[in-house]
Design a protein around this ligand. Structure first.
Ligand SMILES: Cc1cc2nc3c(=O)[nH]c(=O)nc-3n(C[C@H](O)[C@H](O)[C@H](O)COP(=O)(O)OP(=O)(O)OC[C@H]3O[C@@H](n4cnc5c(N)ncnc54)[C@H](O)[C@@H]3O)c2cc1C
Length: 179
């Protein structure tokens, strides 16, 4: 199916199009752009500020340009043309690398796999938790969720999160039992 994405802030649901269709997308798995997350104020109920800084390095921009051109070439092959009635988005008027890149900036998303805001690592200056998920410099506090991944996985994140949680549960039980 094809669909329009929800408008942020309005909680509108994903809107599927009436006619049958499909999407072709690319997912660069090793982005070099770095964002940040920060506390906005002293009230713990205030949502944090999340700045992804997506497509902010030349490497990432170059990858996206090449990927967008590849999708166009791929969809123009006879095999794909036999299936495609018309391109809905970005549409035939969107031509050239710059226009395709601009379209990617406007329509790209994270695919719901945010990780690494409490990255695991040996160096407290570069990471939040150690290899046993204990917060550097504190006693008795661990972080056990996708935020400790050193980097985003190339596949989905749910199963790796469950694996991590199983492992951490063993460590936490062992620590509680003095093992
Ligand atoms: C729309 C969507 C689709 C996805 N599709 C897939 C998919 O198809 N396959 C896949 O592998 N992954 C998918 N993911 C990603 C996957 O769901 C996440 O990577 C995974 O759930 C991360 O696990 P987590 O434990 O780190 O965080 P979460 O699963 O987000 O768990 C955080 C928990 O903390 C609770 N919480 C938050 N604040 C507080 C608080 N103050 N006090 C107490 N509890 C609190 C929340 O209620 C929640 O239960 C998808 C994610 C989204 C959003």
């Amino acid at each position: 199916m094809t669909y329009s994405k929800p408008t942020p802030g309005k909680r509108q649901l994903l809107k599927p199009d009436a006619e049958p269709g499909f999407s072709i997308s690319v997912q660069p798995c090793r982005p070099t752009s770095r964002g940040f997350i920060e506390i906005k104020d002293a009230d713990p109920r205030t949502p944090p500020r999340i700045v992804t800084n997506a497509l902010s390095t030349d490497y990432d921009v170059d990858q996206m340009r090449k990927a967008a051109l590849f999708i166009r070439r791929f969809s123009q092959t006879p095999t794909m043309q036999a299936l495609i009635v018309r391109e809905i988005a970005p549409g035939p008027s969107c031509q050239g690398e710059d226009a395709l890149l601009q379209d990617a900036r406007e329509r790209a998303g994270t695919l719901f796999h945010p990780v690494s805001t409490c990255r695991m690592g040996a160096d407290p200056a570069q990471s939040v938790v150690n290899a046993r998920l204990q917060v550097h410099g504190l006693q008795g506090l661990r972080v056990v969720d996708a935020s400790v991944f050193p980097m985003v996985t190339s596949g989905n994140t749910n199963a790796p999160t469950l694996m991590l949680a199983e492992r951490a549960a063993d460590w936490i039980l062992a620590a509680a039992q003095g093992r």
